[in-house]
Ligand binder design. Sequence first.
Ligand code: FES
Length: 57
Amino acid sequence: MEENRVVCHCQNIDLKTINEAIATGCKTLEEIQSKTGAGTVCGACVDEINEIIAAKI
Ligand code: FES
């Protein structure tokens, strides 16, 4: 997956930012949301964020 691909369009959060959040200890959707803001507006990206977490942890 492209690191600079935008995952959350509402907050303009790219895959790299989410990967970094996971690398610094985020293990749940809620932790990613509070650290990056991704997934906190329309929710359309939540499934994808969960898939990214599941693939990494
Ligand atoms: S696309 Fe992520 S909250 Fe809307």
